[in-house]
Design a protein around this ligand. Structure first.
Ligand SMILES: [Zn+2]
Length: 123
């Protein structure tokens, strides 16, 4: 049954029929109940996190830093932990580039990229 996984309400059938793949997922993404709306917000944050990590990979490479796959995986785990409020905020630095994750008051994921010209001299 293509119904919301939280309230079991059957959504707008026409919309759900148009959505490929998982009908339960489609019904949940179209439902207006409280839990479904939280789920939709989380899905949107996760999607934005994925996009931001792709951008951060590019940003890093333009600063001559190659992010390993394992680093990107670690960042997606940290980003998801921030989205799920397990971690308040977090930032990580790779060479001279850093990425920070936090949640806005509205619960949207905020991501910042930074490039620091850090120099240290030992005399
Ligand atoms: Zn629902």
């Amino acid at each position: 049954m293509n119904a919301c996984k939280f309230c079991k309400q059957i959504g707008n059938l026409a919309e759900i029929m148009q959505t490929e793949g998982n009908g339960v997922e489609a019904a949940t993404l179209n439902c207006n109940c409280h839990e479904a709306r939280q789920y939709q917000a989380r899905s949107e944050n996760i999607r934005r996190l994925g996009e931001a990590l792709e951008e951060f990979k590019e940003y890093s490479s333009t600063h001559n830093i190659k992010l390993e796959k394992s680093a990107v995986q670690m960042l997606s785990t940290i980003g998801a932990a921030v989205i799920d409020r397990q971690v308040c905020k977090n930032s990580m630095t790779f060479g001279r580039v850093s990425i920070g994750f936090a949640l806005s008051g509205k619960g949207n994921l905020l991501i910042t990229f930074k490039y620091a010209e850090a120099q240290k001299f030992e005399i």
